[in-house]
Design a protein around this ligand. Structure first.
Ligand code: UD1
Length: 363
């Protein structure tokens, strides 16, 4: 029996691990364990995804919670080392680029356990992003590197990763999106929020570089508030962003922006699919909007997912009010006109996890 141990810790991990676990169930010689690090613990950031994505309950929750980067990473490492020593897995599977990902990778590599990284090779080349550090370190330690786009293969090869470790398999998050798209649409999210299809903007914002100082957050809010004068703007706010809005006393700058609590997977997917435009600093949403054919204005100076620019609906927008307003009104106009033909990036076909499972099972 091959023992595979999966790690998930934060919101964007859950939709990535779900299809991999599901695809590995086809291999009777593989036993699976799911470890939740507890990096995200609020029901809205964690439990709702387990319910909606029909993920198995975690076999263990390490309960590490929030903290500084060093504190959080160290807590995950300490707890996860115990898990590996007790459970003696043959392989550890990590996804994405959060602190839980790098922490568990360090532990697995030092214990000599085969490490598989799903969503390997993405690079923003921006070392001020904590995720960039997590990505580079995780990839350097990984034995099996599963990539979502060809640029990732090129990045890994340029860093000296042996070619035989790299597997271009496609995008597991898109597997999940395609599997749930119909169910999401059936949930009547637009009616519940009183929105008309293609007549509203959907916003997410949580990157430290955007929300952790009033100098960066205020101009973005000004831009969004001006967009809200033109069309409804729905903003499910990450707890981190909510706290910053309060701390910086910026609530009175929200204008007509509708700030709500974080949404579950299905409601968010439904609202994304029918939005006129999406404005975000998330990584995954750039990919999801590409597949949905919805214009995405990424409020960042760079992206580690360049295929969403070259083949998708994504564009980078400067972090100042005028640029946001101009890009939003232009993209919304186009959205209400003829819809461009969907150009889904190579291998984003709903079968990425099937490819990954085969490689893990046979490794
Ligand atoms: C983390 C990831 C980021 C990912 C994001 C998705 C890292 C370095 N960052 O950022 O890549 O895009 O998750 O959401 O791993 N908090 C709660 N409840 C929770 C979790 C967090 O209220 O369940 C609050 C806490 O105040 C915490 C803050 O949010 O200090 C930040 O949480 P943390 O996990 O450190 O980072 P995220 O900003 O969520």
């Amino acid at each position: 029996m091959k023992r595979v141990l999966h790690v998930a810790g934060a919101r964007p991990n859950f939709m990535k691990i779900a299809p991999v676990m599901s695809a590995l169930r086809a291999y009777p010689q593989v036993s699976q364990t799911l470890i939740h690090t507890g990096q995200h613990y609020d029901e809205a950031l964690s439990k709702v995804f387990f319910d909606e994505l029909e993920l198995p309950r975690p076999d263990e929750d390490l309960g590490v919670g929030s903290g500084s980067h060093a504190e959080q990473t160290a807590k995950v490492m300490l707890a996860f080392e115990g898990v590996c020593l007790r459970r003696e897995p043959d392989a550890v599977v990590v996804v994405g680029d959060v602190n839980s990902t790098v922490a568990c990778s360090l532990v697995a590599a030092k214990l000599g356990i085969t490490l598989a990284h799903v969503e390997a090779g993405l690079r923003s080349f921006d070392w001020s992003m904590p995720e960039e550090i997590n990505r580079v370190v995780t990839d350097r330690l990984s034995d099996l590197l599963f990539t979502t786009e060809r640029s990732a293969n090129e990045n890994l090869l340029a860093e000296g990763t042996p070619a035989q470790r790299i597997h271009f398999v496609g995008n597991v998050m898109i597997d999940t999106l395609l599997a749930h798209r119909r169910r999401a649409a059936a949930g009547a999210a637009l009616e519940r929020f009183g929105l008309a299809a293609r007549r509203y903007a959907l916003v997410t914002l949580h990157r430290p570089s955007n929300v952790d100082s009033p100098q960066s957050l205020a101009p973005i809010l000004e831009g969004l508030a001006r967009v809200a004068a033109e069309m409804p703007v729905l903003f499910p706010a990450h707890p981190r962003t909510r706290q910053r809005l309060e701390t910086f006393g910026l609530q009175d700058r929200l204008g007509g922006i509708r700030v709500i609590d974080p949404l579950g997977y299905l409601d968010f997917l439904a609202l994304m699919a029918e939005a006129a435009i999406v404005l975000t600093d998330s990584g995954g949403i750039q990919e999801e909007t590409t597949v949905l054919g919805v214009p995405c204005l990424t409020l960042r100076p760079n992206t580690e997912r360049p295929v969403t620019l070259t083949e998708g609906t994504n564009q980078l927008v400067a972090l100042e009010a005028d640029a946001i307003v101009d890009a939003a009104s232009q993209a919304a106009r186009e959205r209400n006109g003829v819809r461009p033909p969907e150009r889904v990036p190579e291998l984003w076909d709903g079968s990425a996890a099937t490819r990954i499972a085969q490689i893990i099972a046979e490794a």
